[in-house]
Design a protein around this ligand. Sequence first.
Ligand code: F6P
Length: 363
Amino acid sequence: TVRIGVLTSGGDAQGMNAAVRAVVRAGIQAGAEVFGIHEGWQGAVDGGDQIRRLEWDDVGNVLARGGTVIGTARCAAFRERDGRKRAALNLITHGIDRIIVIGGDGSLTGTDRLREEWPAFVAELADAGEITAEQAERHAQLVIAGLVGSIDNDMVGTDMTIGTDSALHRITEAIDAISSTAASHQRSFVVEVMGRHCGYLAVMSAIAGAADYVLIPESPPADDWKQHMSHVLRQSRRAGRRTSIVVIAEGTQDRQGNPITPEDVRVVLADEMGEDARVTILGHVQRGGTPSAYDRWMATMLGHAAVGEVLRGDREPQLVAVRGNRPTFMPLMEAVAATRRVASLIEEGRYDEAMAARGRSFV
Ligand code: F6P
């Protein structure tokens, strides 16, 4: 019987459970056995009962739960060759040679590294007598597929990453809540949202929450941003708005590469405009809690598609992604390389090229 391992790795995201559940159930339906690797790659490095068979009912009642029920970690040991070799030994011992990983670009890169090194590990482990010749022959290759779990929506090759839609809902609810108290007092608020190098959550929540101004890493404001922002906000006050809401993505910088913090923005609102201004940093509430309907069905669809992909196992590793609401496939490391290129173009200040390279309509 074919054995598939499934793990979640890196930062958690809402909808990861839907993906794990779909992998387990689609795998079982296809006649495979599915094993949960707990606590991300750390579970494979540690082995033992961190690698456990998951049956149909083991993934009951997880669809609506936030986070990941099989745990996740950013694993230092897996960054070292020795750690990855240990993971290979533990996987082979459990008869697993197909892996579906749900994580960010770092986790996907580490997984592909293991796949590349796998034949060498198999040879070394067989030579050392840690696995049998039969195990070495049966598990000669590692087949992998990647799903992107991240609220940031920062991966090239997919319209959405698992968790983004839920985070967006949470941010929008928070902006709605802030807006009502802000309006009562005619106050101004600066709301910081997550997203690392990607302003998707900031722009989309600013639109959905009717914010007055938004600052993102991909489009740093011109040097006179303080005057520009003050001008825009004064205009909307004059037009009768009782609030000013500024959404700022973490990781926002000016054109010289100096960070712009929520406090910098608050000071402009308070000192230059005389407003009663407050800062709200949403933090990890964006990443927790129940997944949205979209994240549930999208992750379910991708989990199902990933099982088909690793059972075929006849092409280079694929990113199992979503485009136009359908599962699509793209060579995994091409997607990762393109994503890294976007981040470095942003760092170099080549913003238009970065956005073109990301390949979405905007953000
Ligand atoms: O990648 C997801 C994310 O939530 C980013 O938006 C944020 O910058 C980062 O993870 C926070 O990481 P941690 O949870 O390790 O503090």
